[in-house]
Structure formats: C-alpha cells, structure tokens
Design a binder for this molecule. Structure first.
Ligand SMILES: Cc1cc2nc3c(=O)[nH]c(=O)nc-3n(C[C@H](O)[C@H](O)[C@H](O)COP(=O)(O)OP(=O)(O)OC[C@H]3O[C@@H](n4cnc5c(N)ncnc54)[C@H](O)[C@@H]3O)c2cc1C
Length: 269
C-alpha cells in the first residue's frame, strides 16, 4: 500500500520543530507499532520524558505527545504507538516507512523522571497499554540502577499479544552490553492481561492488594520506607493506582517537589 503520510519535506517548519527521518518501523499487532527516527544532535531529554511528534497534514503540523522509549544516551529515538481508528494523527502515522520524514519538537518534558523521586531502595514502574513507553526508556538507562537497588516493572494490557513490544525489550536487555548485567541482577517484571486467558488475569491494583505481586516477585509489600513508584496508563488506572499507593502511605511528587511517586497519563481521553 502506498504511504498516505503527508510529509512535506520542502515546506518551512516552525522554529520549535525539526524534520527527522524514519529509520525503521515494526508492527506488533493491528493496533500497536514502534518506530525509530533520527535524533538531532541538539535534542536532549531525560529518560522517561515525552516530546511533541507528528507530520504535516494538509500543510499544517499535526502533533501529539509521545514518550521516548529509547534511553537518553541512544543515538536514535524510538517510539511506541497506538493506532486509533480514525485518530487524526495515528490513522496516518501507522503508514510511515523508512525514509519518510516526521516532525519532532525541540523540547522534551514530563514528570516521569528519576529526579522527581526521593531516594529509596526499590522503584516500581506501573504501566498499562502504551504507558509502557516511558518505562522502556528508564529500564535501559544505567542511572536508574545507580539510584535504585531493585526495579520492578509491571505491564497490564487487554490482550496477550499487546505485551509483545515490552517482552522484546526485556529479552534484548539480557544481552545488552551497557545495562544487561545490571538488569539481570536488579530488574523484575510482572505482567497481566484483563480480557483473555493468561497466566495472570486482572488489574495491577488487585495484584497489589491481594499481595500476589509481592509473592510472585519475592519482594516485601510496597511501603513508604522502601518504595518509590512511577505510574503511566489510562486516567482510570492512574487514579486507581494513586489511591492504592496513598493508602499504603506514599505521597505524590513532581519535578519541582520530589516525593514518593509520580504519575503521567498515557493519553488524554
Ligand atoms: C504525556 C503523553 C504521552 C503520550 N505518549 C504516547 C506514546 O508514547 N504512545 C502513544 O501511542 N500515545 C501516546 N500519547 C497519546 C498521543 O498523544 C495521541 O493521543 C495518540 O497518538 C493518538 O493520536 P490521534 O491523533 O490518532 O488520536 P487522538 O485524537 O489524540 O486520540 C483519540 C482517542 O484515542 C484514545 N487514545 C489516544 N492515545 C491512546 C493510547 N496511547 N492508548 C489508548 N488509547 C488512546 C483516547 O480515547 C483519545 O481520546 C501520549 C499522550 C500524552 C498526554
């Protein structure tokens, strides 16, 4: 199929954006794909942050927030995307191919950064769906393991095949020359699905409250003394998870006021 992506390479772009080249694309399911683009030398970000990304549609930049899944040290930028039926951006973005041009904001931002948390022993990264994206960045950054002895990543999706991108990153990490050894010692992974049979079916809040999570990963239950956390998912998930963490004595923080946990919505409803 010919790409319908409207990447007008000759058109002048706003000063806040750069034009980047698509390097590779991988379709994980009919609803999810990941891609790599070139990284401008001047583009700086902290692992876990997001940026505005998009393309020209009818001559006008069409941009959406996207978390980098690649770590801050990577030479290229990787993203993980939903395909929203009739979504203004993703109905076009899903057709990109290597060589196409995308628009990238010059400034990254976000609350899911290590600087937003006070020091502790364990870091929990709670995600649903594409909320996995910022954590794919953080688990590939050695700084995460400098700051925390133990990193526990949870990913909950509707269907089993929606876990595939995350699993491929975890598999590649095992032999990663930079962080492979660190992750083999420090990183624990807990997955579940909500809408079809799997080894674990249910929401992460249920697995925390009935202590399945701590039993399966072999770690003490979450407590303010030893746990910091980041949450990224739907509005319902971020609200429910925040309530659970607050009940356990953790308080919400931000870059301006580091505390026990930080939250970012994976999309706006
Ligand atoms: C801080 C932040 C970071 C984000 N990071 C990512 C990311 O890394 N990957 C990504 O795919 N999206 C991400 N998003 C969502 C993204 O900005 C767009 O909403 C998404 O690309 C769809 O764009 P669209 O124009 O096709 O549809 P939109 O008009 O933007 O969205 C239409 C509807 O689709 C649903 N929707 C949108 N995005 C998602 C999603 N990711 N998962 C489930 N349902 C969704 C919502 O109900 C939304 O109202 C992020 C959003 C925010 C606020």
């Amino acid at each position: 199929m010919k790409s319908p992506v409207l990447t007008n390479q000759d058109k002048p772009i706003p000063a806040s954006l750069t034009h980047e080249t698509v390097l590779s694309v991988h379709h994980w399911t009919d609803k999810l794909f990941s891609f790599r683009i070139s990284r401008p030398q001047a583009f700086r970000f902290r692992s876990g942050e997001f940026v505005m990304l998009g393309l020209f549609a009818e001559g006008v930049p069409l941009l959406r927030a996207y978390s980098m899944t690649s770590p801050s040290w990577d030479d290229t930028l990787e993203f993980y995307s939903i395909k929203v039926p009739h979504g203004p951006l993703t109905s076009q973005l899903q057709h990109i191919k290597p060589g196409d041009k995308l628009l990238l904001g010059k400034k990254a931002t976000g609350t899911l950064s290590l600087d937003s948390l006070t020091p502790s022993k364990s870091l929990y990264l709670f995600s649903t769906g594409t909320g996995f994206a910022p954590f794919a960045s953080l688990i590939r950054d050695p700084e995460t393991y400098d700051k925390f002895e133990r990193v526990i990543l949870t990913h909950t999706c509707r269907a089993v095949d929606e876990l595939a991108f995350g699993k491929s990153i975890l598999t590649a990490l095992k032999t990663d020359p930079l962080v492979g050894e660190l992750t083999n010692n420090c990183l624990l992974y807990f997955d579940s699905v909500t809408q079809e049979p799997y080894r674990r079916v249910g929401r992460i809040t249920k697995f925390i409250e009935n202590e399945t999570l701590s039993n399966i990963i072999g770690q003490p239950p979450i407590s303010q003394n030893s746990t910091r956390a980041m949450i990224c998912g739907s509005i319902e998930m971020t609200q429910d998870m925040s309530t659970v963490l607050k009940k356990l004595g953790l308080s919400a923080g931000s870059a301006a006021k580091p505390a026990d946990f930080v939250v970012e919505r994976a999309f706006v409803d």
